[in-house]
Design a protein around this ligand. Structure first.
Ligand code: NAD
Length: 313
């Protein structure tokens, strides 16, 4: 049987990752970009990553790297790129006007069945899709970097998205081995970034108030909270840390409220505190491509190991 086709619009970091995830799932992938040179670089990068993953035994899917590579082709013609695709994942830069332009171009050439999905990190579906003829087929599927190793996908419908589109997107993400969650309505930052920003703000305030050093603050997460959060979320943590949620609330609600009432205002993320945190982080990892790149590689290796462990559990 002919594999199902998907189109990826934009072949940068996230576009390449989606292409690899879909190819691992056995899908035929058309990768579209505005410049041929960008596509050539993207294909080279995908080839290199797939070979390395195969050598280290971490290649996803049942096909070998060559077969997965053969499923991916590139294209600089938008109409040809989306021809026959049942799912289109947009991965262009985070710019509302640019994305709106791309979706209005797609709106003119797609049929009534294809799903138009955006990787946007923070643009609301109502800003991106309102007014499109095919708005019922539009949805946000927000991945986490790097999607190949961090499987979460936040599925965020537009108020007019057909419920069947949400369900089909959810099922597709499951099929390719990602871990989708559905938001019932759009909200600034979706859920992942709201949680992340809550943590970042309090981290910023604690360092700013001199309660803890930047380095120790990070250890609280990496050797403390983060250890369990890779396996269970904050709500299950409550459930297990007492005799169930109600018992946890009974025991800790007053204490939690007392602490939460001492939280400060939204930080400015600038000035002296920025300098202090920047200096501490740069002492650990100099903010130059060579060192940042090496640390990212180490991070991705850790995520590979963690993904493997989670599979075994
Ligand atoms: P990127 O800059 O690496 O890649 C963008 C690609 O889009 C480039 O290859 C560029 O040539 C191409 N492009 C530019 N204009 C285009 C056009 N008109 N048509 C087609 N392609 C065009 O960006 P990225 O990091 O891959 O991010 C892509 C999207 O994914 C953004 O919306 C971003 O917010 C989201 N996202 C990024 C991350 C992350 O950590 N990088 C995580 C989750 C979601």
């Amino acid at each position: 049987m002919e594999p199902t086709r998907v189109a990826i619009i934009g072949s940068g970091l996230i576009g390449c990752s989606w292409a690899m995830v879909f190819a691992a799932g056995g899908f035929k992938v058309k990768l579209y970009d505005i410049a041929q040179q960008q596509l050539t670089t993207a294909l080279e990068s995908i080839r290199k990553q797939m070979k390395e993953l195969e050598e280290s035994g971490f290649l996803k899917g049942t096909l070998n790297a060559e077969k997965q590579l053969a499923l991916i082709s590139v294209c600089t013609d938008l109409k040809a790129a989306v021809e026959g695709a049942t799912f289109i994942q947009e991965c262009t830069p985070e710019n509302l006007e640019l994305k709106k332009k791309i979706f209005s171009q797609l709106d003119l050439i797609v049929d009534d069945n294809v799903i138009l999905s955006s990787s946007t990190s923070c643009l609301l579906p109502s800003k991106l899709f309102t007014g499109l003829k095919h708005v019922k087929q539009c949805i946000v599927s927000h991945p986490v970097n790097p999607p190949y190793f961090v499987p979460l996908v936040e599925i965020v419908p537009h108020p007019e998205t057909d419920p069947s589109v949400t369900e089909r997107t959810y099922a597709l993400m499951k099929k390719i081995g990602q871990s989708p969650v559905k938001l019932n309505r759009e909200i600034e930052g979706f859920v992942l970034n709201r949680l992340q920003y809550a943590v970042i703000s309090e981290a910023w305030r604690l360092v700013g108030e001199g309660v803890i050093s930047p380095t120790d603050l990070d250890i609280v997460m990496s050797d403390g909270l983060g250890m369990r959060y890779a396996f269970i979320g904050p709500l299950e943590t409550m459930h297990l840390n007492a005799e169930g949620i109600s018992n946890y609330c009974e025991r800790y609600r007053e204490g939690m409220k007392l602490v939460l009432n001492t939280f400060g205002p939204v930080p400015e993320f600038s000035g002296e505190i920025e300098q202090k945190i920047s200096q501490a982080m740069s002492e650990k990892i100099p903010a130059v491509p060579k060192h940042l790149g090496a640390r990212r590689e180490w991070r991705d290796d850790c995520l590979v190991g963690l993904a493997k462990l989670k599979k075994q559990m």
